[in-house]
Design a protein around this ligand. Sequence first.
Ligand code: PMP
Length: 433
Amino acid sequence: MTARPDPLPVSLVPWLDDGYRHIWMPYTQMQTAPPPLAVTATKGSRITLADGRQLIDGIASWWSACHGYNHPHIRDAIVRQAGEMPHVMLAGLANEPAFTLARRLADIAPGDLERVFFSESGSVSVEIAMKMAAQYWRNNGQPGRTKFICFDGAYHGDTIATMAVGDPEDGIHGRFAGLMGGQLHTNLPRDDNSRKRFEAFVTEHADQCAAVILEPLVQGAGGMVFHAPETLKTVRETCDKHGLLLILDEIMTGLGRLGTLFASEQADVQPDIMTLSKSLTGGSLPLAATIASAAVFEAFLSDELDTAFMHGPTFTGNALACAAANASLDLFETEPRLEQVNAIEAHLGTALEPCRGMNGKWGKVRDVRVRGAIGVVEMDTITDMTALRARFVEEGCWIRPFGNIVYLMPAFTIDEEDLARLSGAIVKIIGER
Ligand code: PMP
């Protein structure tokens, strides 16, 4: 047996100790990582641990729990739907929550994005978008257009095709280089020079390319890197010039995180295909959507099955998850989510500022930046990630830095006091010597 740290005492949390011998945790070196914290309950922006401690959640379960945990409106919708029909296959059969959700997403999505294909994770929704784009060209008589132009710093998921359109050098996907390859990586057009380079790159590759894929305005898991709306506009214009489709991955940015319902609104840009997940069910159940424009959808219509979109995950259109998503959309309509995001942005903009220039025991701060409900303290390097994560827990906060990034992406509903405790913890801890 290999050595591993002991989890919490068996007497306190028997299921943790028993299960820890068998579970395989995400992004975790199972030999050396400290055991996870046993959670017994969540509510609002609070996580309750088995030993009775409460943590203030600064990252909303990988940026998904936008209404806070256990919102009664979402919980009630799930309970109601579970009693009637948790799931029925979608091919040939219709369920009300999925059909209603498709209509509602088409109503709020930018421009003429109007056809919704459901899946159960962000990565899969991106793969679906890629397949749609490639088959769009095949159906239009250009089957050679199968490549994707993608950007340094991008993250679109952990499945093989999505890794291939992520940053080629990032810390987590590099080890799978042999599985991927073949996509067209370039830099974002941020200024005159990079715009010219981007234009030349697209000109060179357009005829083998199905689409450009981008996280609009904020590249998230690749390092919380921001770009200006003008960059997004340039990408759209270049796609138009060369007849390329534009896929916007709004899995992280979509549904309010940046203070508008969709990030693309801030650049007045409309994608041909958009992906959503995370906040879609308010972080309650797994669900993702790939939403196509009328023109993309029409390319699949003919008298032949051959041009139909041949994709169908078992749980596509899952009624339980779609009921949760409908309830989540209700909350965007009935509660002041975008105002809450603006208030978080205003708080973080001043509260994290003292970190600028800090150079303490955890490393030197390189940059502090805020956009919407995202606050970022970028370090040169983090000296001891495991200890830093533990230090935040000690301070009563669930803040989980990655790479060289310490960040907050709380629920939009977090109250002022908890938000101030989160930002205060970052300022205090990053300033430690
Ligand atoms: N795209 C973006 C922009 C993401 O942030 C993520 C998840 N962090 C994904 C895709 C993948 O989503 P999932 O983890 O649900 O597969």
